[in-house]
Write a new protein. Structure first.
Length: 299
């Protein structure tokens, strides 16, 4: 049912005064423009953005948890178009890649592969002082990039300066030994949440490339995943949480991998109709990703 203009105006006035409680416990003023942009970045069409935003604004109340706003928006998008809801849930999907950090390492390796590197996980390389097991080693054109991956299963957890210092020390030891078959070029520290301000300052000071959920702007984890279409299977709306976890346990981590291996769905005990629904969602995700890349290349 269409909402009256007066009702919409009332909802918008309320949104301008609403305070949101974030998962960290911090309070933040609700930003209509910021929320609209998050919906748009998920690949939602203008009408879908308007519908989801209207639903969110109708449910605003003082100190509403950000988690509740997310659920309302995702539910609305899922009703409109499932692949958009899947893209919108990226942050939650990354948190759901646990309990081990290995699936996240696989995703980070995929980011390098999408940029033309060959990438391997869990390699042991000799430094000047000791040996190091590296989460990801990526090589391209005779150069090597090493990456340490810090996975968290809750958004409130942050990687602190001790982590950055530890990784920086490992980078120095490897650089001094020249332990790679390729020339050492860069060391990345990648997390699916955020860094503390001290950790980021230390990384900048020491030349460590720190990549978090939303930083640095343009080359954040969120940007890399969306730019290269590397959505984890944990974002899918057509599979239960248990079945998504089962796929990850079977080393099927990314949606583009699952799209090429539909037989993995058959192993979950799904009916033909259920498999087709998931394949349709995967195809829809791929179509949105392709459209996003076309737009970026055209700008």
């Amino acid at each position: 049912m269409a909402k009256h203009r007066g009702d919409r105006d009332s909802s918008r006035r309320r949104s301008s005064r609403t305070i949101v409680r974030k998962s960290t416990g911090e309070l933040e003023k609700f930003s209509r423009a910021k929320f609209r942009e998050s919906l748009r970045q998920s690949g939602a069409r203008p009408r879908e953005v308007d519908v989801a935003l209207e639903e969110v604004e109708e449910n605003l109340r003082p100190e509403i948890p950000s988690e509740e706003l997310y659920r309302i928006a995702r539910r609305t998008l899922q009703r409109e178009r499932r692949p958009v809801a899947a893209r919108y849930s990226l942050k939650k999907a990354l948190l759901a890649l646990g309990p081990t950090g290995y699936p996240f390492e696989r995703l980070v390796a995929g980011i390098f592969e999408a940029q033309g590197y060959s990438a391997r996980t869990g390699l042991v390389l000799r430094g000047r002082c000791v040996s190091h097991e590296l989460d990801v080693v990526a090589r391209r054109h005779g150069e090597a990039v090493f990456a340490e991956c810090k996975f968290h299963n809750q958004a409130r957890f942050r990687s602190d300066v001790k982590t950055a210092m530890y990784v920086s020390a490992r980078a120095r030891d490897l650089e001094e030994r020249g332990s790679s078959r390729s020339a050492f070029r860069e060391f990345w520290l990648v997390t699916n949440t955020r860094f503390t301000s001290e950790a980021r300052r230390f990384a900048e000071c020491t030349g460590l490339r720190a990549v978090s959920w939303d930083e640095p702007e343009g080359d954040s984890l969120r940007d890399f995943v969306r730019r290269h279409g590397l959505h984890p299977v944990t974002c899918l709306t057509t599979l239960s949480k248990a079945r998504r976890s089962e796929l990850v346990s079977r080393d099927v981590v990314l949606c583009n991998e699952l799209r090429k291996r539909p037989e993995a769905l058959a192993g979950l005990g799904l009916s033909e109709a259920q498999i087709q629904r998931t394949m349709d969602e995967l195809d829809g995700l791929a179509e949105i990703d392709a459209a996003e890349r076309e737009r970026e290349e055209g700008t």
